[in-house]
Design a protein around this ligand. Structure first.
Ligand SMILES: Nc1ncnc2c1ncn2[C@@H]1O[C@H](COP(=O)(O)OP(=O)(O)OP(=O)(O)O)[C@@H](O)[C@H]1O
Ligand SMILES: [Mg+2]
Length: 409
């Protein structure tokens, strides 16, 4: 049931050979950077290699790689050659030209569920673009780094070489973006497990077995799944999946990531040390995160409205980074207007949501962000002026401002 890891390694190795350019035909792909073009082995293509003075041929026949080597050379070069491929492909894997995102789908052809389908993984998120405590970012980076280097250590301890992260926090605080940043940082493929498409516990095990090493295995919204009454996968199925016993036979590293909105109602067995190694909280936007967002979305290092924004944040956060970044994108042509809109939203958004939902609704109605941007922008500035006057008098008039927004719409 397991993938042949060596098949993958040979493919990686062959695709890196310059002799691939001598072929009569080959596949061409866009690489990681948009102007990069990558040559890729095609079906029935023959590729030549030299090793220790011996000529070697590979033929790519439908999912099979055939190696041809002269009898006279075989004894001498075969083993060292295979070892050479193993080493080179490991080095190449560290700087993969393309990451993949795998999703499990229900296969309609043979009725079997839980097969992986892959697409190129191109999510641009990196740790640099994420607004979060830089201390925390650095800790995560060094944690991932030392994990990736710790094969011998885990092996000696008799432990499965895996590391599990729990990312929890309200919606729109950057959990999914963080997963993408982890994948980009490690150059790992992502296996995103949709539990609703898993038919039972053994199917879940099967999916794990079918994943490759150096990958990020992700289950999003685990708390929501666990709270559902009847599910195809049981709690014990999830627990043994988390322990990853089966993958130990591959002896290769995997990082597991689970996301949740909150962990209060989750069975403690899920969260115990060893199952989850690192807990990361994703809070609503605070002033530090706001500054990072203003810098990346509006190019602002500082602004005369910043002190006012800081003051509002001192009374507590009410919006997620996603909500704030949306406002910034919509008003990116005018940083001042963007900041005023954000201030407006923070002040009027007593329960942390109201005002922005109004904005979103109009996005759907008009169907074009720039349209919204105009209507909302003008109204927001007018309202802002009205509100700003009121709010300056007494900051506790939040309810009044909510009323105004309500009437306006
Ligand atoms: N901390 C952050 N820094 C920068 N951008 C962020 C941050 N949080 C959210 N965003 C922006 O908001 C959008 C939504 O974020 P994301 O999907 O990562 O949130 P989430 O926590 O996974 O939400 P949900 O729980 O609803 O899945 C992203 O496109 C991202 O650009
Ligand atoms: Mg998410």
């Amino acid at each position: 049931m397991q993938r042949n890891q060596f098949y993958h390694k040979v493919l990686v190795y062959l695709n890196s050979l310059t002799s691939i350019e001598d072929s009569d035909f080959t596949n061409l792909f866009t690489g990681k950077k948009s102007n990069e073009i990558v040559l890729h082995l095609d079906q029935n293509q023959i590729i030549e290699d030299d090793f220790l003075g011996a000529k070697i041929f590979w033929i790519n026949e439908e999912e099979t790689l055939v190696l041809k080597i002269r009898k006279a050379d075989k004894r001498r070069v075969l083993r060292p050659y295979l070892q050479h491929i193993d080493t080179v492909s490991d080095e190449l894997d560290e700087k993969k030209w393309e990451l993949k995102l795998y999703v499990n789908v229900v296969d309609n052809h043979d009725g079997r569920k839980g097969r992986w389908r892959s697409v190129p993984f191109t999510h641009p998120s990196t740790f640099d673009t994420l607004a979060m405590e830089s201390d925390l970012k650095n800790k995560v980076k060094s944690d991932l780094h030392s994990f990736a280097k710790a094969k011998q250590y885990y092996h000696r301890l008799g432990r499965v070489w895996k590391r599990s992260y729990l990312l929890y926090g309200p919606s729109g605080t950057g959990k999914s973006s963080f997963v993408a940043a982890m994948a980009n940082f490690l150059s790992y493929d992502v296996y995103d497990i949709d539990l609703s498409k898993v038919s039972d516990d053994s199917d879940l095990k099967f999916l794990l077995l079918q994943s490759t090493s150096k990958s990020l295995i992700v289950i999003e919204d685990l708390d929501r799944f666990l709270s559902e009454k009847s599910t195809a996968v049981s709690l014990s199925g999830i627990l043994s999946f988390m322990d990853g016993i089966l993958t130990s036979s591959c002896g290769e590293e995997r990082v597991m990531v689970f996301t949740m909105n909150g962990k209060d109602h989750v069975d403690p067995a899920i969260l115990r040390p060893g199952r989850i190694d690192v807990h990361l909280h994703f809070p609503l936007c605070n002033f530090t995160a706001f500054k990072t967002l203003a810098n990346s979305y509006l190019g602002l290092k500082d602004h005369k409205l910043f002190p006012q924004v800081e003051e509002i944040f001192q009374n507590g956060a009410s919006l997620s980074p996603a909500e704030i970044s949306e406002l910034m994108i919509a008003n990116r042509n005018s940083p001042s207007r963007a900041l005023k809109t954000v201030i407006n939203a923070l002040q009027t958004d007593g329960d942390g949501r109201g005002a922005l939902h109004i904005g979103r609704r109009s996005v759907e109605e008009i169907g074009e962000p720039s349209g919204v941007f105009c209507t909302e922008g003008v109204n927001a500035v007018k309202e802002f002026k009205k509100l700003y006057g009121l709010l300056r008098v007494k900051s506790s008039r939040k309810s009044q401002s909510l009323d105004l927004i309500g009437r306006q719409n």
